[in-house]
Design a protein. Structure first.
Length: 319
């Protein structure tokens, strides 16, 4: 069997990865050019082939060649140049292989290992990606509010039409407007929505969503099978909606540097990157607001990650 493992990074901090690889190998080239040269010697003499092999060594400034001998008739020399380009993912695989072979990665699986994990340690952790419950709740809340807005607009249109009929010169329309009938089926919900939309809590909700979306750093969570949670501080430069969708509800591996190890009684607030999140009383009120939309029942999610947990600055989240 092959002695290598191919990893596919869905999130990759390219700057961190290239910096580490450049330090270990004295530089990184994203492309290289190999020369394939065949020189045919005199008749009766063996032919000598020199092939500069495409390899990680060539990528990182090291040369490699292969000599082969065979018996061939006399001919002319030929030379072929081949350009090879490397991707961020291929560089990550090279670095990951180096670190793995040198035992430079500490595997974290259960809470008993947290006592031996120090800040700055290079760790590998496998588990289920759960994202940021608060951001997901805000996304669902925004969608629900959009539906509520459409319902409210429908109620207003019905009222406007009825008012127009009253003022119409057509006797039939005036008669229809004057008839007593069943109220609009969503009239009460529309009224509740208008009051809800103007509340002070709604303003805080909108502000919190804007701050989370514009933050250069996002907090997302990965949980191991044994219950250890890792808060991953991902960069917005490499993390977007498409990456979040690919990671959603899957099992992945994270490789990165530890920035904090939580002790018993400690926690991390996933709304800490917002002004509202820094005010506990207001934060609780905003969370309650999102679970009390008229006509809908959203499940409340506590925006805290508690012990046993670790905070990681990830270089890669991969499969």
């Amino acid at each position: 069997m092959a002695d290598y493992e191919l990893a596919h990074p869905l999130y990759l901090d390219v700057q961190m990865m290239v910096s580490f690889l450049a330090y270990l190998e004295g530089g990184v080239h994203l492309s290289s050019e190999q020369t394939l040269q065949r020189e045919k010697l005199r008749a009766g003499k063996p032919e000598r082939d020199e092939v500069k092999l495409p390899s990680l060594g060539a990528l990182l400034g090291l040369g490699a060649s292969l000599d082969a001998e065979g018996s061939h008739p006399r001919g002319e020399s030929t030379e072929t140049k081949v350009a090879r380009h490397h991707t961020a993912a291929s560089l990550f695989n090279a670095l990951y292989g180096f670190l793995y072979q040198d035992d430079a990665i500490q595997t974290l699986e259960n809470k008993e290992q947290l006592a031996s994990v120090a800040t700055g340690a290079f760790v590998k952790l496998s588990g289920r990606y759960t994202g940021n419950p608060l951001e997901e709740m805000l996304a669902i809340f925004t969608q629900v509010m959009s539906y509520m807005g459409e319902i409210s607009h429908s109620v207003e249109e019905a009222r406007s039409q009825k008012s127009a009929n009253r003022k119409s010169g057509n006797p039939q329309n005036r008669e229809l407007a004057g008839q007593k009938g069943a109220p609009h089926p969503y009239a009460e919900m529309g009224e509740q929505f208008r009051e809800f939309e103007q509340s002070i809590e709604m303003r805080f909700v909108r502000r919190m969503k804007e701050e989370l979306e514009s933050s250069p750093i996002h907090d997302v969570v990965l949980e191991t099978a044994s219950g250890v949670k890792a808060v991953l501080t991902v960069s917005s430069d490499y993390y977007d909606a498409a990456v979040a969708e690919r990671l959603s509800s899957g099992d992945f591996v994270v490789l990165g540097k530890v920035t904090r190890v939580l002790r018993e009684g400690e926690s991390i607030n996933l709304s800490r990157r917002t002004v509202v999140g820094k005010m506990e009383d207001v934060s609780d009120s905003v969370t309650d607001t999102m679970t009390n939309i008229p006509g809908f029942n959203l499940q409340s999610t506590e925006p805290f990650v508690r012990y046993p947990a670790v905070q990681i600055l990830p270089m890669a989240i991969f499969v």
